[in-house]
Design a protein around this ligand. Structure first.
Ligand code: ZN
Ligand code: ZN
Length: 190
């Protein structure tokens, strides 16, 4: 690791001096291999420090930081881009309670928005009963309908995400159960 950083620093110095040292090939800044697969550019670093393997970064983050959230590049001090975080945490998302509670929050807000919109619509129709519907009331009905549709979409999306998480959770639990059952079966056979 130390050696690697030295190489990186050297290159950065050369870059600074020459001014135009553009990399010919994409090279992972951690393992220095140039296979283009899964090479990502997670921070603001340029030149030879620009690319890194998804897997290499994951290992590096696990060494340097307690959590993937809040991990940053020590050269440019930028937080690693969110999509990398997601990819890195792939499979661990169930443990990510923060995301879960965020969805719950949005779910609660959208649910209350829907309730409010329904109540407002009911009130409006009650008020309009027996009266003629003018342009103003038409406009407010349209606005409320749009906001209600929007809230319902957010609500459904949240529900979907929440259920997706529980689905994966369930699958993993089931998988672990099957594995332990198989293990005991094998042990019994011995
Ligand atoms: Zn690598
Ligand atoms: Zn950087």
């Amino acid at each position: 690791m130390e050696k690697l950083r030295l190489i990186q620093n050297d290159c950065e110095k050369i870059q600074e001096m020459s001014g135009s040292c553009k990399p010919q090939t994409k090279v992972c800044r951690i393992c220095l291999e140039d296979d283009g697969k899964n090479l990502i550019s997670p921070c603001s670093c340029r030149g030879h420090s620009k690319y890194v393997h998804n897997e290499c970064l994951k290992i590096w983050i696990s060494i340097r930081f307690p959590k993937i959230e809040g991990s940053f590049c020590e050269v440019c001090k930028k937080y690693f881009a969110l999509d990398i975080k997601r990819r890195v945490t792939c499979g661990k998302n169930i443990e990510n309670n923060e995301e879960f509670s965020n969805y719950l929050k949005v779910l609660f807000v959208s649910a209350s928005m829907i309730t409010f919109a329904i109540l407002a619509l009911c009130f409006m129709f009650k008020k309009l009963k027996g009266r003629e519907i003018n342009e103003d009331s038409k406009l407010s009905i349209i606005i409320f309908s749009i906001s209600m549709i929007f809230s319902i979409i957010v609500f459904l999306r949240c529900l979907q995400k929440l259920f997706l998480v529980t689905k994966i959770d369930f699958k993993i639990m089931l998988g672990m159960e099957v594995m332990s059952l198989m293990k005991t079966e094998v042990e019994n056979l011995k």
